[in-house]
Design a binder for this molecule. Structure first.
Ligand SMILES: [Zn+2]
Ligand SMILES: [Zn+2]
Length: 348
């Protein structure tokens, strides 16, 4: 089969590799659509500890069951499926505490290689995180299951988002925009900021209540005690929740300035390893700010994401900026590196 290999940062190649056969409990999936993701882009730009090179990559996909190992229940050859690329072991100390996203083995047992003709799903994923694709979703839309699961995990971790709450999404890349879609679905008022006009335009189309570019005086632009908008947001005293979706330490730091007293800052964007941040202790203490890291997702987040897509509650199609055949995957990453587009579909 043909597979896209990331050789080193900045270079991908299409190569012929052996098509794996499904062993006991496994499913071989013929990929119909795979999506580029921020993690892939980080790997392409600077390397990534979770993506060994040279190696196959790509982890957001949907497709058709092309082979089924012995003992697989619920899936047959020819069925259309959508899945995520990881699942917890259910046996480690974190799984025993039901902190499934923090499973000790979840990262070591994940599968990569969706930018290829086929991908093999191991038994623990088949048992927990594979679903039949409903007809109302295209393969491209179905491939959003993984990133949407991450965003469900981020937003569900707060469990108090209510109608009329004020949310601020920093960074309007794919993850920021998925936050916007889900927050609007929950009835929140949402402001979005990004350095790219094109992305803000999309945020606006997706119903963001307020979009703006960060200024040099970013800290002063929205101060907790300064109303953001005259009229509509009359009761605004700062954001109830802020979602940091850029993965830049300086933005992690400035995020807290937008929180109202008692507000929560969700730190979604992963920064370069080894970086550190500094916070004003007085602000965190007297304003009772919660800083919350979020990572990955649990099987229950995946189910919720699946239902959101299946029921048409989240329309993700606007986030696909175009598609490329496998042999032109590099082009998609070159564009993303220049800040062009949100996500690209790679079609074998
Ligand atoms: Zn992803
Ligand atoms: Zn585990």
């Amino acid at each position: 089969m043909l597979a896209t290999i990331i050789i080193k940062p900045g270079r991908v190649e299409l190569r012929e590799i052996k098509t794996p056969g499904p062993s006991r409990g496994e499913i071989l999936v013929k990929i119909k659509a795979a999506l580029t993701c921020g993690t892939d882009l980080k790997a392409f730009k600077r390397g990534h500890p979770m993506i060994p090179m040279p190696g196959v990559f790509g982890h957001e996909f949907s497709g058709i069951v092309a082979g089924v190992g012995k003992g697989v229940k619920g899936f047959k050859e020819g069925e259309e499926i959508m899945a995520v690329h990881s699942a917890p072991c259910l046996e480690c100390r974190y799984c025993k505490k039901r902190l499934y996203n923090l499973c000790e083995r979840i990262m070591d047992t994940k599968v990569l290689g969706a930018f290829a003709e086929y991908i093999l799903l191991p038994p623990h994923i088949v048992r927990q995180n594979v679903f039949h694709k409903p007809k109302n979703l295209t393969f491209e839309e179905a491939a959003f299951l993984e990133p949407l699961s991450c965003v469900v995990h981020s937003i569900e971790s707060l469990n108090y988002i209510k109608k009329g709450g004020y949310a601020f999404v920093i960074g309007a890349g794919p993850i920021g925009l998925l936050h916007l879609l889900l927050l609007k679905e929950k009835g929140a008022e949402v402001a979005v900021t990004d350095i790219h006009n094109e992305k803000l335009k999309i945020a606006r189309e997706l119903d963001a209540d307020f979009v703006f570019k960060p200024e040099k005086t970013e800290e002063k632009l929205i101060h907790p005690r300064t109303p953001l908008v005259k009229g509509g947001w009359g009761d605004f005293i700062g954001f109830d929740y802020i979602f940091e979706c850029t993965g830049r330490p300086e933005v992690w730091e400035s995020s807290v300035n937008y929180a109202r007293r008692g507000g929560t800052v969700v730190l979604f964007g992963g920064c370069k390893s080894g970086t550190t941040v500094t916070y004003d202790t007085g602000k965190l203490h007297y304003d009772e700010i919660t800083l919350k890291g979020v990572f990955h997702f649990t099987p229950s987040d995946v189910k919720k994401a699946y239902n959101l897509l299946r029921e048409g509650k989240i329309n993700v199609s606007r986030l696909i900026s175009g598609s490329y055949p496998l042999r032109r995957a590099q082009k998609a990453f070159d564009k993303l590196s220049k800040g062009m587009g949100i996500k690209y579909a790679i079609i074998p």
